[in-house]
Design a protein around this ligand. Structure first.
Ligand code: G3P
Length: 220
């Protein structure tokens, strides 16, 4: 399973790189607004800086902010020529679906975001989205089962051999990542701190402390 980092922060991306687990980056307007950017030119430069940290097959999902179809197309086309690693992130709306269909016909890669139902996932795949981002944590937040949605989408996509990749998003804790890996989806996108939490286990720490104490007691 691929590990994307859900951030626009360059240090966090470098951290994921140094840890050796970086497969890509996803951003959204809220994440961009946390960085030191204050106009569209600075946002473009920031996207290029992120892309310059990526290599091989890794890509960056950069989200369009327009709702109007024509503006979505213009914005997505500009993003797609900004850097070859950019995947245009498009919200799951009526105009968003039309825009994904258009981008697909122009071989511009897309990530359909804000997916909360199997119906939305089905339509996004029909129009040729390269990725979909179902929001697991936000579904849990309203007392539904985010992981069950992932299972259902995987079943539908497998049945019809859709090429659309499932990118589990809105990850809130390590079990979300583990369960996604059991379901067998292509990727998750997670805050780096949740990736860190996969590494730690109290019994590992206790075990290591005992090994080192035993060694130091005997070996001079
Ligand atoms: O980037 C989209 C998604 O991962 C957002 O997650 O934590 O804001 O629900 P969250």
């Amino acid at each position: 399973m691929k590990f994307f980092i859900d951030t626009a922060n360059l240090k966090e991306i470098e951290d994921a790189r140094s840890l050796g687990i970086l497969d890509g980056v996803t951003t959204n307007p809220s994440l961009i607004s946390k960085e030191s950017v204050s106009n569209k030119e600075e946002i473009k430069d920031h996207y290029i800086s992120i892309c310059n940290l990526l290599k091989d097959e890794e890509n960056l999902s950069a989200e369009i902010i327009s709702n109007n179809y024509e503006e979505m197309i213009q914005e997505g086309e500009k993003l797609s020529i900004l850097h070859p690693r950019i995947v245009v992130k498009v919200p799951m709306t009526y105009n968003g679906i039309k825009a994904i269909k258009y981008f697909s016909s122009k071989n511009i890669r897309t990530n359909c975001t804000l997916i909360f139902s199997t119906g939305q996932a089905l339509v996004a795949a029909k129009v040729g989205a390269d990725y979909i981002s179902p929001f697991i944590g936000r579904i849990d937040d309203v007392s539904y089962d985010g992981l069950n949605l992932i299972k259902e989408i995987k079943k539908i996509y497998d049945s019809y051999h859709f090429k659309t990749k499932i990118l589990g998003a809105s990850i809130r804790h390590s079990l979300h990542i583990i369960e996604c890996s059991k379901i067998g989806i292509h990727a998750i996108t997670s805050p780096i701190k949740i990736i860190h939490s996969l590494i730690y286990h109290p019994l590992t720490n206790i075990g290591l402390e005992k090994f080192l104490t035993d060694y130091k007691r005997k070996i001079k």
